[in-house]
Design a protein. Structure first.
Length: 327
């Protein structure tokens, strides 16, 4: 007898649109990189995953629609032990918001699933809900950080106290490190309180090009701190921000210029080139893997690498002296 597949409420409601989003994003590259009840300023905190699944909004503009939510109980810092950190994302159309369609939201959720260890390339559409439910029974621990932006002075959130942002950095691997990759998360609360703030510039798991894009988005929405920061960065890159119409165009010029400048570096020092192949031994690994150089930071003498063995894992902020010549 053929296998009988019973559709859930989630798959019945969104049907082929959800299936198409599933197929579209299950093989995306994992982006690791970046809530509300914890204070800002926590770095490299740890928490135990206790909840993961899909639920339905019981009130508000999205009543009856579905959302994804995961929660973890804080273990460190010690003073906040027992507090929850959580992430949440609608699985429905949300017109007018930063992520406006089912496809946008599923892409975001699938990146989170990969952060938690799910191989979405092997995930069957019919197994989505069971896979998510199984996460909370998998003894997963995550690393997280928190930050808080400045009050907006213009736009719909002018003068409003910004939320503390909780950024999940990924599941902790066997060697005690967060899984390698990058993301920023602009979480949507229960009723879509979609504040858009620029994270203060600092060394973190967020790549510089992602930081520039985030700053540009916030700057275009009127965030003064982001405008000042991006203006300073642009001038350092030899770009006049006053000669460009939008901050997004400033970011385009900055990133275009960064990608074009692969030569230079200290005298007698070999600067890795974007697109070149190298060997790299990840932390906890017994052997080196073949990687492609995706981004070069000459100021910090680090690179971003893509693992060519699995075709998707990214390693951020790898020092040049950790690289080996590819055979």
């Amino acid at each position: 007898m053929a296998k009988q597949v019973q559709k859930s409420g989630l798959t019945q409601r969104y049907g082929e649109r959800l299936r198409k989003a599933h197929e579209s994003h299950k093989e995306d590259e994992t982006e690791f990189d970046t809530g509300g009840r914890l204070p800002a300023g926590i770095e490299n905190g740890t928490a135990q995953l206790v909840e993961a699944g899909f639920g339905q909004y019981k009130k508000g503009e999205w009543q009856g629609e579905y959302y994804f939510r995961a929660a973890a109980v804080v273990e460190t810092p010690e003073e906040y032990r027992g507090t929850q950190t959580s992430i949440m994302e609608p699985i429905c159309d949300t017109p007018g918001r930063k992520r406006a369609t089912i496809d946008d939201h599923v892409k975001h959720v699938y990146n989170w699933l990969r952060l938690l260890g799910v191989d979405t390339t092997e995930l069957e559409f019919e197994d989505l809900e069971d896979t998510v439910k199984a996460l909370k029974d998998s003894d997963i621990k995550i690393r997280y950080r928190t930050w808080k932006g400045e009050k907006a002075t213009t736009g719909p959130y002018a003068g409003r106290e910004p939320r503390v942002q909780e950024v999940w950095l990924g599941a902790i691997s066997s060697n005690g490190q967060a899984e390698s990759a990058t993301t920023t998360t602009d979480d949507v609360d229960d009723q879509g309180d979609d504040d858009k703030e620029a994270e203060p510039a600092k060394k973190s798991a967020v790549s510089e090009d992602t930081l520039i894009r985030n700053l540009a988005e916030a700057a275009d929405e009127g965030d003064v701190k982001s405008q000042k920061k991006l203006s300073t960065m642009a001038k350092q890159a030899g770009i006049d921000p006053d000669a460009v119409d939008t901050w997004s165009e400033v970011a385009d010029q900055m990133l275009g210029g960064a990608e074009a400048s692969d030569d230079g570096g200290a005298e007698d020092e070999v600067v890795p080139e974007k697109g070149s192949l190298v060997k790299y031994k990840p932390a906890g690994s017994k052997k080196s893997v073949e990687c492609e150089v995706r981004l070069v930071d000459e100021d910090e003498k680090t690179v971003t690498l893509k693992n060519l063995d699995d075709g998707k894992t990214l390693y951020k902020n790898v020092a040049w002296d950790e690289l080996e010549e590819s055979e």
